[in-house]
Design a protein around this ligand. Structure first.
Ligand SMILES: [Zn+2]
Length: 318
C-alpha cells in the first residue's frame, strides 16, 4: 500500500481500527465540512482518513446515531498521499465506508486479536456525539430560537448588559440539602415536598432573575447558585451577613448590594436552553456559566491528533 502513495494509478481500500475521530461539522452543516479519522492498520501504522463535504456529513450523522461505537472501518477507493512520512487517505467520489462486520474483511479483523489491544482512547461515537459547537447568538436570535425551533437541549453564548435585577421572587431560596429544591416553611420546620421530608435540612442558595439586553433585544435570565457563587466568590449564606439588620429572612429581604450592583455590567455568558424554554409560558433562560475575561470560549471537544491538516488548506484538491 505504501507503494501506491502519490501515484493515482489505482485507488486502494483501507482497513483498520478507528482510534480517533475529528469532525468540523456543525449543526446545521455549513460549507467546508470534513471528518478525519485516525486508522490503525494491522501493521501498526496509523494513517489519517479524511472525508469531505456530503460524505463527511453523512458519516458524521451515521456515527452520531450508532448505538455502539464502531471499531473497524473499511474505506474503499481512497486517495493516498505521503506527507512528511505519514500516510493520508482522502475520500473520493468512489469511496464507501463500512463499519465493523458489514464486510467480510471487517469481520475477520473484528474477530481477530487486534481489537484486544486497548488504545486508551475514547470511543469514536462518543467523540462525535460530544462534538457540539457552542454558537454565539444575539438576544433577539435567542428569543426567536425558542419560538421557532423544535424543543431541544442546547447551549449558546450571549453577550449583554444587565438592565435590571428582578426581585419579585427574591434573590435566594432555602433549598433542600439533598435535592436542592425549594423548601416550604411550616411553623417549626422545613418541608421538602420532593423528598417527602417534613424535617428537611435547608441550605440557602442564590436564584437571581436578571434582565439582560443587547442592541437586538432583551431577555429574562436566571443565575443560580453555582454561577452567582463563582462570580462573586461568596456563598449565599455568607452574603446574608452583609444584609442590614439582624434576624432578616433572606428569602424576603432585599438583595445584597453586590447583587444589585450587577446592573449596568456587561457579561458574556453561556445559556442552557432546555425543553421548558419551548413551552408557552415565557420562561427565563438559565445562565450556566459567566465567561470571565481571558476565559476561552467553549470549544468543541474533539480529538486533535495534529495530523488532520494534510496540506494546510480546506479542500480536497490533491
Ligand atoms: Zn429534597
Amino acid at each position: 500500500m505504501l507503494r501506491l502513495a502519490n501515484s493515482n494509478n489505482q485507488l486502494p481500500d483501507l482497513i483498520g481500527k478507528i482510534t480517533a475521530v475529528k469532525s468540523t461539522i456543525t449543526e446545521p452543516p455549513l460549507d467546508k465540512n470534513r471528518v478525519s479519522a485516525t486508522i490503525k492498520m494491522d501493521n501498526d501504522t496509523s494513517v489519517t482518513l479524511t472525508l469531505f463535504d456530503a460524505q463527511a456529513v453523512k458519516i458524521h450523522n451515521q456515527l452520531a446515531q450508532m448505538a455502539v461505537d464502531p471499531r473497524i472501518c473499511v474505506a474503499t477507493s481512497v486517495n493516498p498521499r505521503m506527507v512528511g512520512g505519514r500516510l493520508f487517505f482522502n475520500g473520493t467520489a468512489g469511496t464507501h465506508i463500512h463499519f465493523d462486520v458489514e464486510t467480510v474483511a471487517g469481520e475477520s479483523l473484528f474477530s481477530s486479536g487486534l481489537l484486544e489491544q486497548d488504545t486508551g482512547l475514547a470511543p469514536v461515537g462518543r467523540l462525535v456525539r460530544s462534538f457540539a459547537k457552542v454558537e454565539t447568538l444575539s438576544i433577539a436570535e435567542l428569543n426567536d430560537f425558542v419560538l421557532n425551533a423544535s424543543s431541544q437541549n442546547i447551549d449558546f453564548i450571549c453577550t449583554g448588559k444587565v438592565t435590571g435585577i428582578k426581585l419579585d421572587k427574591g434573590w435566594c431560596y432555602v433549598s433542600c440539602a439533598k435535592c436542592f429544591r425549594k423548601l416550604y416553611r411550616s411553623v417549626s420546620s422545613l418541608t421538602c415536598l420532593s423528598c417527602n421530608n417534613t424535617d428537611a435540612v435547608g441550605i440557602l442558595r442564590y436564584r437571581v432573575e436578571i434582565s439582560i439586553a443587547d442592541e437586538t433585544g432583551e431577555g429574562l435570565f436566571v443565575a443560580f447558585d453555582g454561577v452567582m457563587t463563582k462570580l462573586h466568590n461568596m456563598r449565599a449564606h455568607e452574603a446574608v451577613n452583609l444584609l442590614p439588620g439582624n434576624d432578616v429572612n433572606p428569602e424576603e429581604s432585599d438583595a445584597p448590594q453586590f447583587v444589585l450592583d450587577m446592573e449596568g455590567n456587561t457579561y458574556t455568558f453561556q445559556v442552557k436552553v432546555g425543553p421548558y424554554n419551548f413551552t408557552a409560558n415565557n420562561h427565563s433562560f438559565t445562565i450556566s456559566r459567566i465567561l470571565g475575561e481571558g476565559d476561552p470560549e467553549p470549544q468543541p471537544a474533539f480529538v486533535d491528533d495534529g495530523a488532520a491538516d494534510d496540506n494546510g488548506d480546506d479542500n480536497n484538491d490533491v
